[in-house]
Ligand binder design. Structure first.
Ligand SMILES: Cc1ncc(C[n+]2csc(CCOP(=O)(O)OP(=O)(O)O)c2C)c(N)n1
Ligand code: SF4
Ligand SMILES: [Mg+2]
Length: 200
């Protein structure tokens, strides 16, 4: 955790607490030394995650965590590199990076905290918001068909692609461990609770 930062900037019951716990447990159980761990995030509620974990970390730009994480791994293949972002980021603003990293089989783990909305900017619809869901930006209901992230990444050639609920923390922890050890690009979509904005 960043020195001096001991107050989590999250709403009560935010699913990011559980995702955080799963990442921390996975890294601890794999005994990855903190000087060999690099966590790269984008921008969003989820993207404060690296601040609370032991290791090197970067909060990059919204949508740019995957190329940043890939470059880190290219510079030093001995590092464990995890990139983290939200659904608005991974599947929206720079979806291209996710698909190209998948196609290139970049050897990093990318975790998407999928709360089905742009939470940090107060709850607009994203590309995984369900049909008919009412959000700030869809007051009469969402009329756009959501992406299915798992099918999309598999179609791009993804070999390690999982969707897990944040409350299944044991499964999530074990899957993160396997994904870190996977030789190639791995992607975990975490279905994340966001009690402040995700009301469906
Ligand atoms: C290039 C760019 N566009 C827009 C923003 C504004 N912005 C910051 S966070 C955010 C929403 C993030 O949503 P998501 O990726 O789903 O993460 P969450 O907050 O839900 O965890 C937006 C639109 C930005 N910082 N940079
Ligand atoms: S707005 Fe949602 S995602 Fe953001 S901290 Fe609150 S509960 Fe978590
Ligand atoms: Mg989101």
């Amino acid at each position: 955790m960043r020195t001096g930062l001991n107050k989590f900037q999250r709403c009560p019951w935010c699913g990011n607490y559980l995702i955080h716990l799963a990442i921390k447990t996975a890294v601890d159980e794999l005994q990855i030394p903190k000087h060999k761990l690099v966590i790269v995030s984008g921008i969003g509620c989820n993207s404060k995650m690296p601040q609370y974990l032991e290791g090197y970390w970067v909060e990059s730009l919204h949508g740019r965590e995957i190329p940043f994480a890939t470059w880190v791994k290219m510079a030093n293949a001995d590092l464990t590199v995890i990139s983290i972002s939200g659904d608005g980021d991974s599947y929206g603003i720079w979806l291209g990076h996710l698909l190209h990293a998948t196609r290139r089989n970049a050897p990093i783990l990318h975790i998407t905290c999928d709360n089905q909305n742009y939470a940090l900017t107060t709850g607009q619809a994203s590309s995984t918001t369900p049909l008919d869901a009412k959000t700030k930006s869809t007051p009469t209901g969402n009329h756009s068909q959501p992406f299915h992230p798992i099918e999309m990444v598999k179609a791009a050639g993804g070999k390690f692609v999982e969707m897990i609920n944040d409350k299944d923390t044991k499964v999530l922890t074990e899957t993160i461990k396997s994904a870190i050890q996977f030789d190639g690009f791995s992607h975990i979509n975490v279905q994340q609770a966001c009690p402040s904005w995700k009301k469906w």
